[in-house]
Design a protein around this ligand. Structure first.
Ligand code: TRP
Length: 330
């Protein structure tokens, strides 16, 4: 009997670089998921267009993102890695699915509400239909599992509802996907305001660690990280700064909170912050090394992305053919 592996799909936007939060919260799992699942990973460039992008910068960031995903362990021999915009079926299915999605449903998306109130000068149609494109990404590949952060849960729920609705009208066309929230996924908070998530768009450089930051910058940012009152290295609700640093330290060293508390027993915040910075620097060094090599190897990168798009579009075309036939377009 042929072995049946569940299919995983996930996507990440190429703009603004990737943070330590992206790595510990998502990209690290993208690597380990490949051991068990049939994985498809995409640089979702079309999603980035809801915000105006400079063309040259966008073009560069798309390649940098692919190079970084490979450096983080995405393996094109085992998985499909591709650029969303290279596979035209995404935009096509997105239009079709938008006709099966209600205005009211999209109006209730909290991300739409947040983003449109934060950027009232550019509330474009793409921002509104963003979750439909995301549903198309997922449903095109008959995806079983979608690793996502909590902030994308509502979008996944919508994708499920669209799939269920479509299947209800036309019969089984789409696999109904499930969210996948890895057990160990760390939620990395801002180093300057540990009550909010580390964000790539934070204007304060000291609040975030980018995967491309050099070693000295990493150490410096952790030395400046906000801590809490007291001086004990201990995880607690009233110590969000220290707890965040502990969870980062745990994420990169694999040590438990108990072990970390013992390791820094009787030592102050200063020593702890230096240790976290060094551990992060050391964990990122080999990734940064591979990233530079990948970016420099243009032929390799072109080849990986071309093959990825070809393999993705074979699968996507199969689903789209079925959808077109069911609707009556073919
Ligand atoms: N919206 C997702 C995010 O911002 C990115 C994304 C686009 C995605 N398409 C997807 C994630 C499909 C998972 C599956 O994080």
């Amino acid at each position: 009997m042929e072995e049946y592996k569940k299919r995983v799909f996930s996507g990440i936007q190429p703009t603004g670089g990737f943070t330590l939060g992206n790595y510990l919260g998502a990209l690290r799992q993208w690597d380990t998921l490949q051991n068990e699942y049939d994985c498809i990973y995409s640089v979702v460039d079309l999603h980035s267009l809801t915000v105006r992008q400079d063309p040259a910068t966008l073009r560069r960031q798309i390649r940098e993102s692919a190079a970084m995903l490979l450096a983080c362990g995405v393996d094109p021999d085992r998985s499909i890695l591709f650029i969303q915009g290279d596979v035209h079926q995404h935009a096509e299915l997105s239009w079709l699915l938008s006709c099966y999605t209600q205005f009211g449903e999209l109006s209730r998306m909290t991300q739409f509400k947040d983003k449109s109130s934060k950027h009232p000068e550019n509330v474009n149609g793409g921002l509104f239909t963003y979750p439909v494109l995301m549903a198309a990404d997922i449903l095109l590949y008959q995806t079983n599992l979608v690793p996502i952060g909590a902030d994308q849960k509502q979008h996944l729920e919508l994708a499920r509802n669209i799939a269920i609705r479509f299947n209800g009208i036309y019969g089984d066309v789409f696999t109904v996907p499930e969210g996948f929230f890895p057990k160990v996924a760390a939620r990395v908070m801002s180093l300057q305001d540990p009550t909010s998530k580390m964000s790539k768009s934070d204007e304060n450089q000291n609040a975030k660690v980018m995967l491309t930051d050099d070693g000295d910058a990493i150490i410096r940012k952790f030395r400046r990280a906000v801590t809490d009152s007291g001086n004990e290295v201990r995880a607690a609700e009233d110590k969000p700064g220290v707890t965040n640093l502990m969870s980062i330290y745990s994420g990169v060293t694999g040590r438990s909170f108990d072990e970390i508390e013992r390791e820094f027993d009787g030592k102050g915040y200063g020593e702890f912050k230096s240790a976290v910075g060094e551990a992060v620097r050391d964990a990122l060094a080999p990734i940064q090394e591979r990233y530079k090599e990948n970016l420099a190897d243009k032929d390799m990168l072109n080849d990986v992305l071309k093959t990825g798009a070809e393999r993705a579009s074979i699968l996507a075309a199969r689903t789209l053919r079925k959808v077109r036939r069911k609707i009556g377009l073919d």
